[in-house]
Design a protein around this ligand. Sequence first.
Ligand SMILES: [Fe+2]
Length: 361
Amino acid sequence: MQKQFIGGVMPGSIIAQDVYGSDGVLLIKKGSIFREQYIPRFIDAGVSEIYVDEFGRMTPETVNNIRRSLNIQDVIHEKTRTHAQNQIKKTMMKFKSVTNTDIQKISDLVQDMIEQLLDKKDFVFALSQLRSVDDYTYQHSVNVGVLALIIGIDLDLSPEQLKHLGMGAILHDIGKIVIPEEILKKPAKLTSEEFREVKRHTEYGYDILIQTDIPDESAQIALYHHEKFDGTGYTMGLRNTKIPLFARIVSVADVYDAMSNDRVYQRRSAPDKVFREITHLGDKHFDMHIMETFAKHINIYPTGTGIILNSGHRGIVLYQNKLYPESPIVRVFLPKDNDYKRLYFDLDLSLNTKWFITETF
Ligand SMILES: [Fe+2]
């Protein structure tokens, strides 16, 4: 139980002691749920502080169960995503070779993705929260494909360009099939020699792809996706618009998705932190026009994100506010074992500016 200034009480908090006005009239009983509309009445009655119960802490299982029940909407169909992941897995499992049949299958999948994305018109990308480290590479490949297409659509690329962009984006890391697994999955820091070898996946990838029927502009994505806008990247140290457009697009998508996920050696960062980090890298690493285009479609607090408010309350994101991406609609939790009939309440942070998100989990 804590005493709180009336203006700072969170709607939905449990009132812990009967509240009386200055004339001694009972205003509200202990155990009631505090609502924002009570504030003027309380102030009129001369009440400036009340006692409220503190909120409990959620267990990770409860949070995960709620996340699952939220039915997080993907921008492409689950079936297409799974097909694409399986296809890229099959392609990458084959030792050092990619056939034209693989390329054709990937091309068909990209076509499906483009149609689904164009159908949505107004999409924000929400990362699936539940991913396994084992399938990281395949999930990452597909995500980079989807993100690159989202940027490409916004940049008004032609249908053919989109197709080429999507194929190259999905296959951007194909060169990794040449690199020994013990290096790729090494949980410790790489030696400089190992790091040099990993960096060569760009050349290996390009060499593999140019043996196939894939268009050159798609294959170039494998070669140039680690170039940085200021010229400090690899493989060639290209700078500015010397880096092909598709590679500039994929580099943003690649870095964003990599940071957003658990990797062998690093825990994922929350979407809002990734967003801040990637914006911070800004024009050193990326083409700012592409970054800005990308930012429009990124959901910094995707549905299912665990949040901690400035009041200390914990909750989970339910929906986004399109106009106010920093202020989603959240479900704030009450203690699991409270005697009251509510376990949570929903709050639109754009309408309640006293509360804002300070942390995510
Ligand atoms: Fe790469």
